[in-house]
Design a protein around this ligand. Structure first.
Ligand code: 13P
Length: 259
């Protein structure tokens, strides 16, 4: 579990629909050594099928294992769905909700995402809520409006106490999987805006402790510059988290700043 008492950097790999159980176990075993030497939170959001074995491999290490999605229902006749209790039972200590691929490819609306967030926090599950604008929205200059709508609607009815379970991940859709990361300046400006919104709604204390990750083409080459920014507290890493070498380098890029 990630303790939420202070803003410790948090770097999570989102494996999306990649890897086998055997690969996951080997990856976690090797990553455990990297985690020992790094005073940050490290997580892997793995496919449902490998949560249990990855969590078993991560037992006793500093690596948190999470899921990439969950149902908005508690249980019932919902063929193909996986509940919050089920991912918890399998060993997940966090869940990603509202990833742009879920919004875009699986038609998840702000309403559904809010239901999932509420379900997760009511189950005391740490939740990484993804938000971000599309390229079209970015070009139209409506990024702030889009993010404000997502934050307000996706976190609607989340209490101050429950906000301690939330991590925000700003992932501009135009930066995901494109090799084109947001510049450190653009990302910092946006993170600041999100933190202010959170402060206005849930209070300064919550906003000061809220971890806001950046996601979108994070690589060893750009990680250090992004982490130099005050309001960038870590990353949600896609493609570069599939390779132990590049994920390790991204984790190590923050070492200089913590000491
Ligand atoms: P990439 O790092 O591959 O751009 O993906 C980012 C992402 O979607 C993480 O959730």
């Amino acid at each position: 579990m990630f303790p939420e008492s202070m803003r410790v950097r948090k770097i999570i790999g989102n494996w999306k629909m990649y890897k086998t159980i055997a690969e996951a176990k080997a990856f976690v075993a090797s990553l455990a050594f990297v985690a020992i030497n790094n005073p940050i939170h490290i997580g892997l959001a793995v496919p449902f099928t490998m949560i249990a074995s990855a969590a078993e491999a991560a037992r006793g290490t500093l690596i948190a294992i999470g899921a990439q999605n969950m149902s908005d229902e508690a249980e019932g006749p919902y063929t193909g769905e996986v509940s919050c209790q089920m991912i918890k039972d399998a060993g997940a200590s966090f869940v990603i909700i509202g990833h742009s691929e879920r919004r875009r490819l699986f038609q998840e609306t702000d309403f559904i995402i809010n239901r999932k967030v509420i379900r997760a926090v009511n189950s005391n599950m740490q939740t990484v809520l993804c938000i971000g604008e599309t390229l079209e929205e970015y070009n139209q200059g409506v990024t702030k409006e889009v993010l404000k709508k997502q934050i307000m609607e996706n976190l609607q009815a989340v209490t101050v106490e429950q906000m301690k379970l939330i991590t925000l991940a700003y992932e501009p859709v135009w930066a995901i999987g494109t090799g084109q990361s947001a510049t450190a300046e653009i990302a910092e400006h946006t993170h600041q805006f999100c933190r202010e919104l959170i402060a206005n709604k849930w209070g300064k204390n919550i906003a000061d402790h809220l971890v806001i990750q950046y996601g979108g083409s994070v690589k060893p080459e750009n990680a250090g510059g992004l982490l130099d920014q005050i309001d960038i507290d870590g990353f949600l890493v896609g493609g570069a988290s599939l390779s132990l070498d590049s994920f390790t380098k991204i984790i190590q890029s923050q070492q200089i700043k913590v000491s």
